[in-house]
Design a protein. Structure first.
Length: 295
């Protein structure tokens, strides 16, 4: 997101409770040079077993979980699914193997696990529980498949680690970013949202994973304390009219001016939500944000 400089940055006031900015997601655009570089390293990825750097029982420790850039406790459902994956290894006498850029399961284990998780998902009648299961399973697989293979900071294969090239800097104290990320983007090598907390730190740019209760509760609670006037959302909207930042601020409404006064004179932090997902996933994520803002 910080790398692509050609994207139009559009600005739009929304009638909803969130002020809404628009931006274009890179998945719908031609890949940048940096993305191609990431993809080429991913294509070299050999199949790998999940036991690399396994602390012994396969569980995800707090240190490991937070090492990937998260600030919460280890999500209970992720822990449960990791335990179930390890139990399945014993039950079917087959080891988990992963491959590709997304840390996807492969081989016989994948076939068996697919059957099992589909049955579990179907048996859940509550849509909220389905979402939480989907997200936790996706994240559990990514965590196990990326262990000892990806750098925890830059999410690139260890051999391609670019951490030494990232220059950290301070975000203005009156701002905080929330990267609301779809689980399918978590630990994806060509994800660029992770650069935000690499550059600004996890207090100024906080990761919130969609469907992970431990993350979303922290974010909802912060927004509730901040008040709706101090929460903005950058939303990927295909139909938004593109404006330069200069045009947008030159034609700002009284509501925007009030917002800017709050930002400069108030002692409250301005929270910016950045939705990190494909177009279709982002729609669902934005709907969840709007729903949460009214409850
Ligand atoms: Zn790195």
């Amino acid at each position: 997101m910080l790398i692509s400089t050609t994207r139009a940055f559009t600005f739009k006031c929304s009638p909803s409770s969130f002020k809404s900015f628009s931006w274009s997601h890179m998945d719908s655009k031609p890949k940048t040079v940096v993305q191609y570089a990431f993809m080429s390293s991913a294509s070299r990825s050999p199949p790998r077993e999940a036991c690399v750097n396994d602390p012994g029982n396969g569980s995800i420790s707090l240190q490991e979980w937070q090492g990937w850039g998260t600030t919460s406790s280890v999500p209970a459902m992720v822990t449960k699914i990791v335990e179930e994956l390890k139990a399945l290894e014993t039950d079917i006498d087959a080891q988990m193997t992963f491959g590709g850029s997304g840390g996807k399961l492969q081989g016989y284990f994948k076939v068996q696990e697919d059957k099992k998780h589909r049955a579990t998902y179907q048996a859940l009648c509550d849509s909220e529980k389905k979402l939480q299961f989907f997200s936790a399973r996706q994240i559990a697989c990514r965590l196990l498949g990326s262990r000892g293979y990806l750098c925890q900071k830059c999410w690139l294969p260890l051999e391609d680690c670019m951490c030494s090239r990232v220059i950290a800097c301070n975000l203005w104290h009156g701002m905080r970013f929330w990267l609301y990320m779809h689980p399918k983007d978590f630990l994806r090598q060509n994800n660029t949202g992770k650069l935000l907390w690499q550059v600004f730190g996890i207090e100024a740019a906080t990761l919130c994973l969609y469907g992970i209760a431990e993350h979303e509760e922290i974010m909802w609670s912060t927004f509730k304390d901040a008040g709706k006037n101090n929460v903005c959302c950058l939303y990927p909207n295909k139909n938004a009219i593109s404006k330069s930042v200069q045009d947008a601020f030159g034609q700002e409404s009284s509501a925007d001016q009030k917002c800017r006064l709050t930002m400069t004179n108030g002692d409250k932090t301005m929270n910016f939500i950045l939705i990190d997902g494909t177009w279709s996933n982002s729609n669902a994520m934005f709907s969840r944000l709007k729903f949460a803002s009214f409850t």
